[in-house]
Design a protein around this ligand. Sequence first.
Ligand code: IMO
Ligand code: MG
Length: 422
Amino acid sequence: MNKTDVVLGLQWGDEGKGKVVDCLAPDYKVVARFQGGPNAGHSISIGDRMHVLHTVPSGIFRDGVKNIIGNGVVVDPVILSEEIAAIEADGADITDRLVISTRAHLILPTHRMLDAASEAAKGASKIGSTLKGIAPAYMDKTGRNGLRFGDLLSDSFMEKYQALKAKHVGLLAQYPGFEYNIDEYEKKWLEAVQGLRRFEITDTEFLVNDLLAKGVPVLAEGAQGSLLDIDFGSYPFVTSSNTMAAGVCTGLGLAPSKVGRVFGIFKAYCTRVGSGPFPTELFDETGDTLRRIGHEFGATTGRPRRCGWLDMVALKYAVMMNGVTDLIMMKSDVMDGFDTIKVATSYKLDGKQVDTYPFDGGVGVEPVYTEIKGWKQDLTAIRDYDSLPAAFKDYVSFIECETGCRVSIISIGPDRDATIRR
Ligand code: IMO
Ligand code: MG
């Protein structure tokens, strides 16, 4: 019996999950997304092209790897179809490589409108949602009103669709002044739904468990990040799913005993898009430098990402909550020119020291920093750990010591080969 290994983000998303999953995928036969939806933007750089995936698992560019969209995912058929068209534009046919769970919920055009209306009504206290309809779709799931891929196969699909749409139209009327027109999107949506029927739509919990029983290695791919988890993130500035390792079980239909290694990805600094507490956020030139060198602009929305120093309080929390077995550090090369690097090792609130991640994500805390000497050397051409500068290894050791977890992969650029495995 094999176990499912997991790749997930330890911060607020955008840690580099796409690249890591694409790199690890050849070691596995299956890659499965277990939560989230098209709010994700997973970038994979192959040759001179950058591919951005929102719903399709990041193993899709590896021959012989099956990609599963699990029951925990919410899917917008239009976005999924566009992604598939972009992948197949190069002549590939991925019909046999993509499988969708009958239990995965559909994001309706009206879910997108509800997301937009809700965010507009919140004004300054908005979440900063990607406006892909994520929260309304998960609300319908937990409210037991949702429409699932399995419904597509039934004769009453259109009836169910119209009933849910009518409910949404009623809800949208509660937002005075919110105008919308879904006609065009709905047309594309209904076409996309039919187009997706060429893929295998099945009870993927049986598929995944059968594969594991046969000894086939499976990799679960997380979306968003641990600090955006609906239960343990910086609520209410979070997404609507369980982004942590526990989500693998409910999002794929796996028992906890079937989860193996947990690869936790973090950036050597921090970024966040959307609203919500971010204790180590930098509003100065250093923040601008991180954004500029790190190309920190959203892959899904294009928004500039908020940037700041590494936050050890938050990282240690994420390592604990996910049972991380291996750390993967991304984008350290972005700090190649820095004289000094700071890491928050605790917070201060009302004069008191705070060592654990607060329930509100750290509203009003002040970070307490440890300073570390920069390595001041271009890392991008280095391919083996021993050749890395001593100051860089000190940074890695510091993180390992604080988290109690080994950094087993280091990425020093977007390309597949810009990866150092220890
Ligand atoms: P990947 O998988 C970064 C953020 C949004 C917003 C909050 C809620 O690329 O790491 P939602 O659309 O889920 O209702 O938005 O969560 N967010 C992400 N931030 N990376 C992501 O995904 C994100 N998905 C959602 O910016 O603050
Ligand atoms: Mg992203």
